[in-house]
Design a protein around this ligand. Structure first.
Ligand code: SF4
Ligand code: SF4
Length: 75
């Protein structure tokens, strides 16, 4: 079974937060890769199972960092 989910390209993401703001399900957030939470933040899909795949986050990104990608579930 294939499923589309938003993928965030970390090299393109500037951490502007626009995708986080438009997500109706509040499943996107900004995270630092640093263990103490310092430095640049990137958008992360926190709860793929809650994401409704509405695609609103894709056009919200001015840096073309979000795209819907098919992933395979349950083989
Ligand atoms: S596809 Fe919709 S529900 Fe899923 S992360 Fe993007 S805006 Fe949120
Ligand atoms: S809108 Fe784009 S650049 Fe801004 S936080 Fe989301 S993915 Fe990153």
């Amino acid at each position: 079974m294939k499923w589309s989910l938003p993928q965030i390209h970390p090299d393109r993401c500037t951490g502007c937060g626009r995708c986080v703001a438009v997500c109706p399900e509040h499943v996107l957030s900004l995270h630092s890769r640093h263990p103490f939470g310092i430095g640049d933040k990137k958008a992360v899909l926190d709860a793929p199972d809650v994401c409704t795949r509405c695609t609103l986050c894709v056009p919200a990104c001015p840096f073309v960092a979000v795209s819907m990608q098919k992933i395979r579930l349950n083989g």
